[in-house]
Design a protein around this ligand. Structure first.
Ligand SMILES: Cc1cc2nc3c(=O)[nH]c(=O)nc-3n(C[C@H](O)[C@H](O)[C@H](O)COP(=O)(O)OP(=O)(O)OC[C@H]3O[C@@H](n4cnc5c(N)ncnc54)[C@H](O)[C@@H]3O)c2cc1C
Length: 367
């Protein structure tokens, strides 16, 4: 035995209550829940509407108002978009319209956003974890020197009226809940399809607040010379498909992915797969489903030869009906699938494709 002094036992992790710090006086006036409405090329990104649904719940819990923030070039277009924002549950819409804001550029969008936040002081600010949303959220949070929790999977209000933002950690093996205790606003991003789409209430009315952008084109370093749409952008509509068929390593070869694509085609759905298929070069990354791929929320999800690892599960558990095909009766996917088929996927997929092809063509003839 060593004579070295015994070290004192490690202190137990501080509880949430012991970490609570008094909110600085100047943040106490911060109220209400805001959602950044991603509006590009005449359309609102669906994730912004999903966040209005979630923001409504948070605002109701706080007894606060819900606002949508619209930033862009054309005032009439933003006013039209504001109606969508009210229809999806917002009490008011903030609008910043200026020719400088025609295309997304980080500097003017950050200026518009931080000016609105400093003036109207929201306590919670949510953005979609899209390419644009991630870029804007980071610069707004650092400019305002507040906390930002990225890629949240759940949002709630705790007993002390603080935003509890939950997200996966340690490679998805654990979930952690993060609080921004003494800065405002409390910011969070959420990926598309993580939250359900709220049902719009058409013709709902709300208030409108307009604000001018305090910036000139000469102040912006980045210039947009031309807009070139991504040729592949329409390639995969995985995140928004009603029916998704996916394959995993259990398919054994890239050629067998044809069986997944065949069934998806007959059902009028989309197809995708687990991460190892991307790593093996069997399919492109935009078809990966899961924590580091797409989150999906289809009516029907068919998983063939996928084990159901937690990183895959978090991307699919919002599906209404999960049908799993796996040779191993103890595969983790059977813990959360609604229907399990214990069989070889390379036998079952062609059989299902053929059965649906016949059934659907009979329906079409009769219809
Ligand atoms: C940080 C991090 C992020 C990750 N992100 C993702 C992600 O976004 N998406 C994702 O999918 N994974 C992700 N992963 C990987 C994840 O942990 C798993 O390794 C992966 O999901 C396993 O893929 P799989 O189910 O296709 O393969 P396996 O785990 O190898 O499972 C294959 C399954 O097929 C079954 N099987 C075998 N033969 C047949 C057959 N003939 N017919 C039917 N079934 C058969 C087997 O019983 C087995 O259950 C991530 C991992 C990490 C560390």
């Amino acid at each position: 035995m060593s004579d070295a002094p015994q070290s004192t036992p490690a202190a137990r992790p501080a509880s949430r209550a012991s970490m609570k710090k008094e909110l600085p006086e100047h943040f106490k006036a911060y109220r209400h829940v805001w959602v950044f409405i991603e509006y590009e090329h005449g359309a609102i990104h669906p994730v912004s509407l999903e966040l209005l649904g979630e923001g409504r719940k948070l605002a109701d819990k706080l007894g606060a108002e819900l606002a949508g923030v619209l930033i862009g070039e054309s005032r009439p277009a933003l006013l039209e978009a504001a109606q969508e924002v009210w229809d999806h549950g917002a009490d008011l819409a903030y609008i910043v319209a200026d020719p400088i804001l025609a295309h997304y550029r980080n500097e003017p969008f950050t200026r518009a956003m931080t000016d609105l936040v400093n003036t109207y002081q929201p306590e919670i600010f949510l953005l979609g974890a899209t390419v644009l949303g991630r870029d804007l959220a980071g610069s707004v949070a650092t400019t305002l020197q507040t906390g930002l929790t990225a890629d949240c999977t759940a949002l709630a209000i705790d007993d002390e009226r603080s935003l509890a933002a939950t997200r996966p950690t340690f490679g998805g093996s654990l979930m952690c809940t993060i609080h921004t205790l003494n800065y405002r606003p409390q910011m969070a991003t959420v990926r598309p399809r993580v939250m359900p789409m709220p049902t719009p209430e058409r013709g709902r009315t709300g208030r409108l607040i307009e604000r001018a952008l305090d910036m000139r084109e000469e102040d912006v370093v980045t210039k947009v010379l031309r807009f070139l749409p991504d040729r592949d952008s329409a390639k995969s509509q995985l995140a928004f498909a009603d029916i998704v068929v996916a394959g995993g390593l259990g398919l054994r070869s890239a050629d067998n992915l044809q069986l997944v694509r065949g069934l998806a085609e007959v059902l009028g759905g989309e197809w995708g797969g687990s991460r190892p298929l991307v790593q093996k070069g069997w399919m492109s990354a935009d078809r990966q489903i899961g924590q580091t791929g797409k989150t999906i929320r289809p009516k029907i999800y068919i998983a063939a030869g996928i084990s159901g690892a937690i990183q895959h599960r978090v991307g699919v558990e919002g599906a209404d009906l999960i049908i799993a095909i796996n040779t191993d009766p103890h595969a983790p996917i059977f813990d959360f699938a609604h229907i399990g088929i214990i069989a070889d996927a390379t036998d079952i997929l062609p059989a299902l494709t053929e059965a649906f092809r016949r059934r659907l063509s009979v329906n079409r003839l009769c219809g």
